[in-house]
Design a protein around this ligand. Structure first.
Ligand code: ARG
Length: 463
């Protein structure tokens, strides 16, 4: 018997059942659904729709059901269509006729929206914690190799020498923006739809502000139709997770390059690499490839939900049930990838001498010579042209750039620029890569991370 059997004379066809049941995936919402129902029961009591005794009894029943789920003892009946109905069915078994009052002044439409917002709110902070851990690791890897340098690339061509810390901080900064976005998405997630009913509210004297407060929502819905139709918070979350995935993918791609024999800038610990079933010498950075590969499904989940939402008339439509699997999948994916990537970075040995040798490529000094000429009063375009000639000559003849430059008239005044590390040491513009600015940068990044950590800790205390 379904919850709506009053109006129907036949049960649901099995084919429809297979299409519409969602317990198989939405059971993970049980704790948040029970939290929502607990607040709802208190709200009904405040409204005089349940007596004190009834309230106490129903809350005890909800606690029991939560314990059954926590301990893996909850038994799903074949007729339990989704997590909400499974819990209500069980509450009715345990509380007798009183169980039938729990759904007063509520629809599954405001219920599922409430449950999913509570779930997403927690998930956003969980992802934020995992990103914070990854940021800490990136900074720690840099701190362990404070003097290490490597060529910085544009177009994947060697461009200028940079410090390893500078390079890793760039990745860390992209993750700090992701953290900001997670916290920002949380503010719009943290609004209560409970009390909107099926779509238009109710004639019963409920107080949505009261249940919102019980659930630590920042505010209540303004409009009941919007409350049950809105899944922007899921779309936003999927976007933030996709962008995180894109960042993790770029980091993964870089690790693939760095650990190749061609670059050989780094190697990963054995625990974070895999062998080949055929080739005995192989040590593969699968962790980095999967970090790159998983970004595809994250973007796919976002795209899928946007397409699901785009044609929906107001208000609730069953299509909205399609919000959950992509959300769960993207959350799991980002948590798994960020943890694995964090471990990979922590296990990484940076081959400082190899990277340094590459960074000492004399051609990378070309811009420093041009800037010295600018300092002597030559307009930049002329300086560029002059150094370009020297570079052309060196490349054509196969000679060092230093030899070509030093033998040109008065060229010896550039000799100091070819000393290893001179490029970095001479670079002092704010935010640039060099020892002179490294501390300011580390401090600024540190402040940003501390501020995010503090905001996150406050939320975790609240929640
Ligand atoms: N499992 C459903 C969902 O995820 C619950 C809401 C169903 N509401 C309804 N009116 N059929 O959206």
């Amino acid at each position: 018997m379904t919850m709506w059997s009053g109006r129907f004379s036949a049960g649901m066809d099995e084919a429809l059942w297979d299409l519409s049941e969602s317990f198989s995936f939405d059971h993970v919402l049980y704790a948040h659904d029970i939290a929502g129902s607990t607040a709802h029961v208190r709200g009904l009591t405040k409204a005089g729709l349940l007596s004190k005794e009834e309230c106490i009894q129903l809350l005890a029943v909800l606690d029991t059901i939560k314990a059954e789920f926590d301990q893996g003892r909850f038994v799903r009946l074949p007729s339990d269509e989704d997590i909400h109905m499974a819990i209500e069915r069980r509450a009715t078994e345990l509380a007798g006729p009183l169980g039938a009052k729990i759904h007063t002044a509520r629809s599954r439409n405001d219920q599922v929206a409430t449950t999913l917002r509570l779930f997403t709110r927690d998930a956003l902070t969980q992802v934020a914690h995992s990103l914070l851990a990854l940021i800490d690791t990136l900074i720690a890897v840099g701190d362990a190799n404070p003097d290490a340098s490597l060529p910085g690339y544009t177009h994947l061509q060697r461009a200028q020498a940079v410090l390893l810390t500078h390079h890793l901080n760039a990745h860390a900064l992209s993750l700090t923006r992701d953290l900001e976005r997670l916290l920002d998405a949380r503010t719009r997630t943290n609004r209560s739809p409970l009390g909107a009913g099926a779509l238009a509210g109710t004639s019963l004297p409920i107080d949505p502000a009261y249940t919102a407060e019980l659930l630590d929502f920042d505010e209540t819905f303004i409009n009941s139709i919007d409350a049950v139709s809105d899944r922007d918070f899921v779309a936003e979350t999927l976007f933030v997770l996709s962008l995180i995935g894109v960042h993790l993918s770029r980091m993964g791609e870089e690790l693939v390059l760095w650990t190749s024999a061609e670059f050989n800038f780094a190697s990963l610990g054995d625990a974070f690499t895999t062998g080949s079933s055929m080739l005995p010498q192989k040590k593969n950075a699968d962790v980095a490839e999967l970090a790159r590969g998983k970004s595809g499904r994250l973007v796919g989940n976002l795209t899928g939900l946007l397409v699901t939402l785009k044609g929906l008339p107001l208000s609730y439509n069953r299509d909205l049930q399609e919000d959950k699997e992509p959300l769960f999948d993207s959350l799991r994916t980002v948590l798994v990838v960020s943890a694995a990537l964090r471990g990979a970075y922590a296990s990484m040995t940076f081959h400082a001498e190899v990277a340094q040798r590459a960074a000492n490529d004399q051609l990378l000094v070309a811009i420093d010579i041009a800037e010295r000429l600018v300092g002597e009063g030559l307009p930049f375009r002329q300086a560029h042209e002059q150094v370009g000639h020297w570079v052309g000559e060196a490349v054509r003849s196969g000679e060092n750039l230093a030899s070509v430059v030093l033998r040109s008239g008065n060229g010896s005044r550039f000799e100091d620029l070819f000393a290893p590390g001179a490029s970095l040491a001479n670079r002092t513009s704010p935010g640039s890569s060099g020892p002179a600015t490294a501390k300011v940068q580390a401090d600024r990044l540190g402040e940003r991370v501390t501020s995010l950590r503090t905001q996150l800790a406050a939320l975790t205390r609240e929640g």
